[in-house]
Design a protein around this ligand. Structure first.
Ligand code: MRU
Length: 339
């Protein structure tokens, strides 16, 4: 399921807020649209956020009336500033913006050359994302045995990327190889990406999936119902992995039950010059916690915190699967030392 398309000056994507009840495609026509799609979580998931930002810059270039290269460059930088203020945690956003701006700065020529370069960079990044995810799937599937039940958290599937997913790429690739696997999906409070999106995707593909609430993870592990855990990532730093709130809890539980805990993510999610304390954890509206859908579930005036991500210390991570292969924790730490 390809989640985002470039159509000559318009970007089409699914408004994920309405899934699984309806699959509504929306048009992103300019930088503002791209920024608000990211901020309001019409699109979400680290790699898809990055590609949407790249397309926001491509739309700026496409529709620009700039008469000089410098003027277009200034428009791109203004757009980049707006995009950077959307969501702070997933590093793919900043990586994608920097990559497009860098391509623009390195391109010689006038407005036309700059415009073409920015658009073709964004399109290439979207296509590369799919190729990257296929490779993550290929490498990751080697860790999966026939008959495994895999627990996943949040949505690291096609809907979080351009296509195929990261954690779900591993699951898809193993399934395509004929391994009879099953998935347990955490519902992922408060935004319910597991219940709404992961379950939707896997059922579409005919991959057996069972939905649990987040507080059932310990129960299913204690009952011996989980063989492996695979999650995605929003930012992999020197000493930990930032991912959807609740990932840390799952990782600690997995260690207690001696269940391998794997992270699947492209290298564009690596941010090895930073450590856990440098990661800004997005704090979202209390309404996401006190309402389920349109129903209020907690008394008016209650104090609420709503961090959207947590950080799993690297000691809980058995391996990181990326498009270059599988890094065991020890190999990853060696890579960190060299960086
Ligand atoms: O708040 P979201 O839905 O953007 O959070 C998504 C996640 O935490 C995913 O696990 C992560 O981005 C990896 S997606 C391949």
């Amino acid at each position: 399921m390809r989640t985002i398309e470039w159509r000559e000056g318009i970007v089409l994507t699914i408004d994920q807020r309405f899934l699984p009840l309806r699959e509504e495609w929306i048009e992103i026509r300019n930088c503002m649209d791209a920024a608000s799609a990211i901020k309001e979580m019409k699109v979400r998931g680290a790699p898809l956020i990055g590609v949407t930002a790249a397309y926001g810059l491509a739309l700026t270039a496409y529709h620009s009336r700039a008469r000089s290269r410098d003027e277009l460059m200034r428009e791109l930088e203004r757009c980049a500033e707006r995009l950077r203020r959307t969501r702070p945690t997933a590093v793919n956003l900043f990586w994608a913006i920097d990559r497009v701006l860098d391509r623009a700065r390195r391109t010689s020529g006038g407005v036309e050359e700059l415009r073409d370069a920015v658009i073709s960079e964004a399109i290439a990044m979207a296509d590369e994302d799919v190729e990257t995810n296929r490779r993550i799937g290929m490498y990751g599937a080697r860790l999966i045995s026939d008959g495994d039940t895999i627990l996943t958290h949040c949505n690291a599937g096609s809907l979080a990327t351009v296509d195929y997913g990261t954690a779900l790429a591993v699951i898809r690739a193993a399934w395509e190889e004929g391994k009879k696997i099953r998935v347990i999906a955490d519902e992922t409070r408060p935004k319910l990406q597991g219940a709404r999106l992961t379950v939707y995707e896997l059922m579409r593909d005919g991959i057996p999936v069972t939905l649990i609430t987040d507080n059932m993870a310990g129960y299913v592990m204690a009952k011996g119902m989980v063989d492996k855990v695979i999650v995605g990532a929003d930012r992999i730093v020197r000493d930990g992995v930032a991912n959807k709130i609740g990932t840390y809890t799952v990782a600690v539980l997995a260690k207690e039950h001696k269940i391998p805990f794997y992270v699947a993510a492209p290298t564009s999610t690596f941010d090895l010059s930073r450590a856990s304390e440098d990661v800004i954890i997005e704090e979202r509206s209390p309404d996401e916690v006190v309402y389920v859908g349109s129903t209020r579930i907690a008394p008016e005036g209650v104090k609420v915190i709503n961090p959207a991500f947590d950080i799993t210390p690297i000691r809980y991570v058995d391996a990181i699967i990326c498009e270059k292969g599988v890094y065991t924790r020890r190999e990853f730490l060696k890579l960190v030392e060299k960086t």
